[in-house]
Design a protein around this ligand. Structure first.
Ligand code: ADP
Ligand code: MG
Length: 537
């Protein structure tokens, strides 16, 4: 009897598997490459990136999450880092680059520990301890802010916009951002409740950034469909319809044989009648203004105009939702269902903005709805300003929600690192090394701010550390002069939430990636492992 060993397959043929150190190093490498790709955009002196999509559309931006989303990253652990940016965007709206750069650095430091044969679970435990302690430390170096601290709130908004496309008009935009947020804020049981969805940011190309304005109500980038419709309807009734006021052409190719002219007329009359019917349903509901998500036929437009109704077509879905929230109307799909209870209330007006007409819906049922109308000379500029204003609004909301802010410009990070080091000293065993590595990693933020400003990072970190050791815990780096400054006094202020969120999501993803020692990938038609993100980006 011969004794041959049969190979045993437990997975389908073609499954890709990498395990142990290999898997770990690959994952760390891919995640670090993501961080590397946005690193140069950090801070007021950060550079921008130009992204060209497959259709040739161009985005020029400095915004971490936008860059990563446009990059179409495929590597699984690299994708996990992109998720960090997305979470940061959702939770705070700003600090996406910070979170990703921190995640990358945590992994880099972990790699150094792995090289010293420290087990990943020990590193993970140390990182977890450090992240937990970081929350308390950051909280300890924050200051209380209320809605009455207008100057600080404006400075927070300005810090968010420094170095972005919005730079030139940041005073004005900061003012608008603070006003917008305060307007939608409500006090509930001593807490500030803010519904970010009440603030709409609408873009309009033309004019200058300085022409940006805050409108009480909703601005829709559409004009009325017919010149004979009223331009202004005060305190009126509004219907929201998401089906077309058109006769649908049939899916099939139908042929109609017409043998004499009267048949032709009958056919046209029939169509007209159907449209008239549709319009009548809307008139009967009592609506004086109609926002339609789909098209409105020319004939229907004519009937609307005759009835003195203000109609707008092809309204974006997001605008329909904003209008529903602001006016109290419900979006109706079937015109037969449209009843007076579905209508909302507000003042509808067509307003000329630059060379175009837009529809303003003001004095809404819900007075909390506001629109920040962002202006700028080109499409790319307006887009980038909108992203900057988004960050500013996110920061002001974050600060008013939890009432705490920290000094920026690297001050919070240097203070965090210093305190983590003394925490590490209180620990014994190998976790101590991991906590210290965590502290070193946090300093990547001031270091990168300095690097991006063309300063010597080693000198800068040394100076900042010395200042903090002497108790000046608000000192950060003035990227313009290269000198240490009291960041708080200089008005470089950020919400505490940016920092805590960045630290917790970055450490979570770093720990998760560290704990992976086996990658088993099914072949979904593709034979190879997903490609690495491109270093050149
Ligand atoms: P993120 O996507 O992380 O928000 P940013 O490019 O907005 O990245 O950069 C944020 C960093 O820039 C923060 O660490 C912040 O403290 C710092 N920063 C902002 N304004 C200044 C300033 N005037 N001087 C120095 N640092 C600044
Ligand atoms: Mg920012």
């Amino acid at each position: 009897m011969t004794n041959t060993i049969q190979p045993i397959f437990i997975m389908p043929e073609g499954t890709q598997r990498s395990s142990g150190k290999n898997a770990q190093r690959n994952n760390i490498m891919a995640a670090r490459m993501v961080a590397e790709s946005v690193r140069t955009t950090l801070g007021p002196k950060g550079m921008d990136k130009m992204l060209v999509d497959s259709l040739g559309d161009i985005t020029v931006t400095n915004d971490g999450v936008t860059i990563l989303q446009e990059m179409n990253i495929e590597h699984p652990s690299a994708k996990m880092v992109v998720e960090v940016a997305k979470t940061q965007e959702q939770e705070v709206g700003d600090g996406t680059t910070t979170a990703v750069v921190l995640a990358g650095e945590l992994l880099k430091k972990a790699e150094e520990l792995l090289d010293q044969d420290i087990h990943p679970t020990v590193i993970a435990r140390g990182y977890r301890l450090a992240a937990e302690r970081a929350m308390a430390i950051l909280d300890g170096c924050s200051k209380g802010i209320t809605e009455h601290d207008d100057d600080v709130l404006r400075q927070i908004a300005m810090t968010a916009m420094t170095g972005k496309g919005a730079e030139t008009a940041k005073d004005k935009l900061a003012d608008l951002a603070v006003k917008a947020v305060k307007q939608v804020m409500e006090k509930q049981g001593g807490k500030n409740e803010i519904d970010a969805e009440n603030i709409k940011i609408e873009k309009k190309v033309g004019g200058s950034i300085d022409d940006s304005e805050l409108v009480q109500g909703i601005v829709v980038d559409k004009e009325r469909v017919h010149p004979q419709m009223p331009r202004l309807l005060k305190a009126t009734t509004i219907a929201l319809v998401d089906s077309a006021v058109e006769i649908k052409s049939t899916e099939m190719d139908a042929k109609i044989q017409i043998t004499d002219p009267s048949q032709m007329q009958a056919f046209i009359d029939q169509e007209e009648n159907m449209l008239k019917h549709m319009v009548e349903k809307i008139i009967r509901s009592g609506a004086k203004a109609v926002f339609c998500q789909k098209g409105i036929d020319d004939i229907a437009q004519h009937y609307f105009a005759k009835a003195g109704i203000y109609a707008v077509r092809r309204v974006k879905k997001s605008d329909m939702e904003a209008l529903a929230k602001a006016t109290g109307a419900s979006v109706v799909t079937n015109l037969d269902d449209l009843s007076p209870t579905d209508l909302g209330r507000g003042t509808v007006e067509e307003v000329r903005v630059g060379d175009d007409d837009m529809t303003y819906v003001k004095e809404c049922q819900n007075p909390k709805a506001v629109t920040l109308l962002v202006r700028g000379s080109t499409e790319h500029i307006v887009d980038e300003i909108k992203r900057a204003v988004d960050d500013a609004i996110g920061d002001v909301i974050a600060v008013l929600r939890n009432g705490k802010a920290v000094a920026g410009a690297g001050a919070a990070e240097v203070e965090l690192a210093r305190n983590l080091r003394s925490f590490a000293d209180s620990l014994s065993g190998r976790e101590q090394l991991a906590v210290r590595a965590f502290a070193d990693a946090v300093e990547v933020i001031p270091r990168t701010l300095a690097e991006n400003a063309g300063l010597d990072p080693i000198d800068v970190i040394a100076e900042l550390k010395a200042a903090h050791d002497h108790g000046y815990n608000l000192v950060g780096i003035d990227v313009f002069s290269g000198k240490p400054i009291d960041a708080w006094q200089a008005g470089v202020i950020e919400p505490l939430k940016i920092k805590t969120q960045a630290v917790s999501s970055a450490s979570e993803v770093a720990i998760m990636i560290l704990r992976i020692d086996d990658v088993i990938a099914a072949t979904s038609g593709k034979r190879d492992m997903p490609p690495m993100p491109n270093m050149e980006m």
